[in-house]
Every structure is written in structure tokens, then in C-alpha cells.
Design a protein around this ligand. Sequence first.
Ligand SMILES: [Zn+2]
Length: 164
Amino acid sequence: MPFTRIPPEQRFWPKVEKTPTCWLWKGTKRGGYGLFKEDPTRSHVSAHRFAWTMVNGPIPSGLAICHTCDVRACVNPAHMFLGTALDNNRDRKAKGRNADTRGESNPSAKLTWPQVRAIRADRRIQAEIAADYGISQGTVSAILLNQLWIEPDDSTIEVKGQVS
Ligand SMILES: [Zn+2]
């Protein structure tokens, strides 16, 4: 049977691995999100959007499908909700997905936010502060100059994130 004759719903599920919670997309992915060829003659659609559509019908224009499970490759319709693009961004922010990895969320970070704030309030010389926290003087300098550990509510993070 030619590829094109198989209904998309039938081609979809063999690419999905159902775990007890999330249904993980095993096919092509971009940015963590599954990609599915609903129509072989057209470009890919989002796998999770397609899954949601199969259950709930067409997605109203301007609205986004958000994950409650925070797993981008998940195509379990029960893990999705309809939201505005703004909801999606807000949701991501709340979950820290857009968080600056140069801060505490960076696994190699030696410091925590309370320490960083204490360093910024510290009036001793940099070498002394550095010795105190077991970090280099360069790190202390970068923290004081706001080159490292930029406060999460600093609007520059948003701008930088969009440029990269
Ligand atoms: Zn899920």
C-alpha cells in the first residue's frame, strides 16, 4: 500500500512510545517537539498538535497547545491544554524553561542566589570575597559587574534569549 494511502492516524501511533505517564514521540523532532507528516505532500506539523487535533478537533486560530507535563516530545492529549501564545510563554517562564543557565540552574554553578546577593552587598575587596566563597576573583568581578548571575527579572535576559 502506498505511503499516501495510509491514513495519518494510523501512521502516527507506531511512532509513539506510551509510558505510564507521557506518550513519547519517537519520530523526527525539532527543538524537542515531535514532527509529523500529516500530509506527505506538505511540510511537517507538530506531532503534539496533531495528537490534540485527533481528540479535540481543529485548534482555534491564534491559540497554542501547551504541555502540562513539560515534556516537549509528549503527544498524550491528556497532558495538553489550549492556551494563548502568551499563556505558553508565561507557563514556560513559570517552569523556568527560559531561565538563564548562567545562574543557579547551571549544574556547574558553585553559588546560589542568596550567596550572589550577599556578594553584591559585600563591601570587602574582591580577593577576600573570592577566597570566602571558593571562587575566582574574576567571578566575583563578573558578578559585581552584572555579567554573571543576572537577576531573573532583569529584562535584558528576555532580549538576549530572543537574539540567540
Ligand atoms: Zn506528557
